[in-house]
Design a protein around this ligand. Structure first.
Ligand code: UMA
Length: 454
């Protein structure tokens, strides 16, 4: 193992920035490949979790900040996704040294075809579904990236395909990564605390296509207005894509018509009835259509696709029903970390009228919540706000009755006291979790525990 990686990396002087999930693994991997590795984190040394393991592996650590000198003489810098590289320090470093993300490094070290999935929402669901279909089809598939598995873990086994969930952060620092199949699910506002403008965020997402060649595939949601406009602006024609649509029939592509998903590809047509699909909402049908699109271009047999899409039960913290109590359904959608995903959650709930008690709020990422007004006013009977973003959410001017809660527990109790049989209590924050919780999983688990204790 690691013969090629060793040849390319041995004795190279490499700096790894950030020692979270990505950086720690990257530093250990590079060190195992014989590179001369220094790693740096803004955290003080005692808070770096795997410090001992890293030091044992021969990685030098600079904690408590990143000094410019550390980068002098480096052959390569590998940054973690959470590290901004448009700042003064990195602008200077980029003059003399290449700065890349771990997924770029991975792509330079292997010829195994890469399938890359991006979009503001639905990435993890789609990636998980695709992984399941490919595995059912007997293809040895690695799944990693933003999904939580460091991309370089790919080298631990012998795989036939490399499936990556890619965030805009990871895409910012790719140079040559060329997905044989790319997927772009949707683009709505997110991470506005990182980007100077929405344009910059859209540009980062579109980098997924930048190294693809004519023979590669692009599975794209052509009903997403931002994507459509951007395709037009860049002169990318629909004929060069494998499009999917929930709104119209396509000559070639995957589309929804009545109660069926229809696929037309390479002169063949297949039909998948929507009935029997276990995950709810139009956005989930989009995720499924994207998954089918990937399966089509990879050439997976239809049986594996059918088994995959009809057995898929979705992921925790995404429109997850926790329980029904006194005729009220409690849903955990803690993965909703931006207004777009909150909007989808409300639109995806069945039924008519104002039957939703919504708990929202958390840490603001510089987002604009005004686009939620129509859907909140038409579906939500009571809005309960938590977290730092409360005041900003209020300024969005919802007409719905709104209450403030001090914390999640108080919010759930208020929801219980105000919900009537037939209502849904939806926890879909639309904001990041870091004001009160470790991450969206911790937040979702807290919600579930409180709801189960009612
Ligand atoms: N740090 C620095 N310097 C900086 C910034 C951060 O040293 O300028 C340090 C921090 O102190 C911390 C470490 O970097 O110790 C954190 O690195 P990171 O923020 O890149 O986080 P990781 O733990 O490496 O996790 C990252 C992704 N995190 C982000 O993109 C913020 C994870 O996605 C991903 O699963 C993981 O790599 C897998 O390799 C999470 C995420 O929130 C789930 N993604 C965003 C999203 O989905 O919306 C993009």
């Amino acid at each position: 193992m690691m013969i090629r990686e060793r040849i390319l990396l041995e004795n190279k002087k490499i700096v790894v920035v950030g020692l979270g999930v990505t950086g720690s693994y990257t530093a250990l991997f590079l060190s195992a490949c014989g590179a001369d590795v220094t790693a740096t984190d803004v955290k003080p040394a005692e808070l770096i979790e795997c410090r001992e393991e890293l030091e044992k592996a021969g990685v030098r650590i600079e904690a408590g900040g990143h000094t410019e000198e550390l980068f002098n003489g480096a052959d390569l810098v590998v940054v973690s996704p959470g590290v901004r590289t448009d700042t003064g320090l990195f602008k200077t470093i980029k003059h003399h040294t290449e700065v890349i993300s771990d997924v770029e490094l991975l792509s330079r070290l292997t010829d195994v075809p890469i399938i890359a999935v991006t979009g503001t929402n639905g990435k993890t669901t789609t990636t998980t579904l695709v992984a399941d279909i490919l595995t059912r089809a007997g293809i040895r598939t690695f799944t990693g990236g933003n999904i939580g598995v460091p991309a370089l873990k790919f080298f631990e086994q012998d795989y036939e395909l490399c499936l990556l969930e890619l965030s805009s952060f990871q895409l910012e620092n790719i140079r040559t990564l060329r997905p044989r199949v790319s997927v772009l699910l949707n683009i709505t506002e997110d991470h506005m605390d990182r980007y100077h403008s929405f344009r910059d965020y859209v540009d980062a997402k579109f980098r997924i296509f930048m190294n693809q060649k004519e023979e590669d595939h692009r599975v794209v949601n052509i009903e997403d207005s931002v994507i459509r406009e951007e395709l037009e602006r860049r002169g990318i024609k629909e004929q060069t894509l494998l499009p999917f649509s929930t709104k119209r029939e396509l000559k070639e592509g995957v589309y929804l018509t009545g109660d069926n998903i229809v696929c037309r590809y390479a002169g063949r047509e297949s039909v998948y009835p929507v009935e029997g699909i276990k995950i709810e909402g139009t956005h989930n049908l989009e995720n499924i259509m994207a998954g089918i699109g990937v399966a089509l271009v990879v050439g997976v047999d239809e049986g594996a696709v059918r088994q995959g899409i009809y057995s898929f039960r979705g992921l925790p913290h995404r429109m997850e029903t926790v329980r029904e109590l006194n005729g009220v359904r409690y849903i955990n959608d803690s993965k909703s970390t931006n207004p777009g995903s909150l909007k989808r959650a409300l639109e995806g709930l069945g039924g008519e009228g104002k039957r939703v008690v919504l708990i929202a709020g958390g840490k603001d990422k510089g987002m604009d919540f005004s686009g939620l007004k129509d859907v909140v006013d038409s579906r939500v009977k009571l809005l309960i706000l938590i977290g730092d973003a409360r005041d900003k959410l209020k300024r969005a001017g919802f007409g719905t009755r709104t209450l403030d809660a001090q914390g999640l527990e108080e919010a759930v109790l208020m929801a219980r006291d105000n919900a009537e049989p037939g209502d849904t209590v939806l926890f879909s924050p639309g904001c990041a979790s870091f004001d009160m919780f470790r991450d969206f999983e911790h937040r979702g688990n807290c919600f579930k525990e409180i709801v189960r204790g009612l």
